[in-house]
Design a protein around this ligand. Structure first.
Ligand code: DAT
Ligand code: MG
Length: 144
């Protein structure tokens, strides 16, 4: 069964949206294989966002993502990688469709240039494998 890595980012945790996000996942019928609250550090974030580390806005992402705890997890289900991306909505909340998590729970980016878009999801099965290995290591099949 396909798996994906997901995250409820610090803005989602801080605003009390964990339950609503998890509820949508369960409603959709995806299996929560792993779930953990953590604080991201710079080292793991730089690996997670390896494609973005050279972007001018990376330091803002770093500050935001390490500011408060996050919830990370692994989902499994049929076509879960693309389905979860659809459920999240597009990157910038101002363009995200109502009905999506970003379209329902986030706003346009603030003046500080950060994008507080509530959730993350792997963008391909290869990224999913890489991100699951990065965050959960060899425990990834250890569903209790
Ligand atoms: P996504 O999270 O939809 O996969 P991404 O992988 O391109 O989008 O970018 C990762 C995160 O980085 C994104 O959720 C928010 C932030 N980000 C992306 N583009 C940005 C930009 N132009 N300015 C500020 N933050 C940005
Ligand atoms: Mg991405």
């Amino acid at each position: 069964m396909e798996k994906t890595f997901f995250m409820i980012k610090p803005d989602g945790v801080k605003r009390g949206l964990v339950g609503q996000v998890l509820s949508r996942i369960e409603q959709r019928g995806f299996i929560i294989e792993q779930l953990e609250m953590r604080r991201a550090d710079t080292t793991i974030l730089r690996k997670h966002y390896e494609a973005l580390v050279d972007k001018p806005f990376f330091s803002e992402i770093e500050t935001y993502m390490t500011s408060d705890p996050i919830v990370i997890g692994v989902l499994s289900g049929n076509r879960v990688v693309s389905s979860w991306r659809m459920m999240m909505g597009v990157t910038n909340p101002k363009d995200a469709q109502p009905g999506t998590i970003r379209g329902d729970f986030a706003q346009a980016p603030g003046d500080d240039g950060g994008i507080f878009n509530v959730v993350h999801g792997s963008d391909s099965t290869d990224s999913a494998k890489r991100e699951i290995d990065l965050w959960f290591g060899s425990d990834q099949n250890a569903r209790p």
